[in-house]
Design a protein around this ligand. Structure first.
Ligand code: BTN
Length: 243
């Protein structure tokens, strides 16, 4: 592996973007003990305290079309769910597209950033953040109802290094399978871990908000939802709420 470890960075995403521009190869991985400007989706911050979690980004140079890039996010989410499930008795669930929940609380997020030109992917930076060994007092009070860590939910200590190794191993295997066999296996895995699949939820996009039942993942990675009248819609970006 081409693996680089730092004690502290702004964001492992930033570091990998730089390495990509220097021409570093597919499979380059950057891991940090701490990020001072960890980035979440939709310009949110990602709290990345020292030694408490997995903060890592992977450089990918996939031979895919830009519209397929979201499939990589779903693939990564299934890998994380599998690794967590095999190392503990907790059942992780994936909230579309890529939040990992345990007992309805978020323990992990994935940020996929793509550089594309003329309908070709130049590279993808796949960022993985996992809250591993935070205790309850490490989680800001205003987030405690919706955020947690593997340690809190499993009541066990996790090895950060061991977990990273397992994730990279499993990621490589799954990625190779995906490149040879396509998205089908990932889709099935994703649906096994999928959160609220088959249930009624509220969906909001930029344009509207409506009630629908989540049906599953489409062959291209879109989320399929069916409203009360049976009308189906493929979603590429939306927020899902319930309850
Ligand atoms: C989200 O759920 O909003 C995505 C969170 C992604 C966080 C990871 S931590 C490693 C990588 N570096 C970052 O700055 N962000 C991602």
């Amino acid at each position: 592996h081409n693996l680089q470890h730092f004690e502290e960075v702004t964001s492992t995403q930033e570091v990998v973007h730089q390495l990509a521009k220097q021409g570093k190869p597919h499979g380059t991985v950057v891991i940090a003990d701490k990020q001072v400007q960890g980035k979440g989706r939709m310009s949110r911050n990602w709290d990345s305290p020292k030694g408490k979690g997995i903060w890592m980004s992977i450089l990918l140079r996939p031979e895919l079309l830009p519209y397929q890039a979201p499939q990589l996010t779903l693939l990564a989410a299934t890998v994380l769910a599998e690794v967590i499930a095999e190392q503990s008795s907790i059942l992780p669930q994936i909230k579309w597209p890529n939040d990992l929940l345990v007992n309805h609380k978020k323990v992990s997020g994935i940020l996929t950033e793509m550089q594309a030109e003329q309908d070709q992917i130049q590279y993808v930076v796949l960022g993985i953040g996992i809250n591993v060994n935070q205790t309850e007092s490490d989680i800001p009070e205003e987030l405690q109802h919706k955020a947690s860590s593997l340690q809190i939910e499993s009541q066990q200590q996790w090895s950060i290094q061991g977990t990273i190794q397992r994730i990279l191993q499993q990621f490589e295997r799954t990625y190779d399978q995906f490149m040879t066999n396509g998205f089908k296996d990932v889709k099935l895995k994703w649906e096994q871990f999928g959160y609220r699949i088959g249930e009624e939820v509220t969906i909001s996009t930029m344009k509207k908000s409506w009630q629908a039942r989540l049906v599953g993942i489409e062959p291209d990675g879109a989320l399929l939802a069916r409203d009360e009248k049976g009308k189906e819609e493929k979603l590429y970006s939306a927020e899902i709420h319930w309850g």
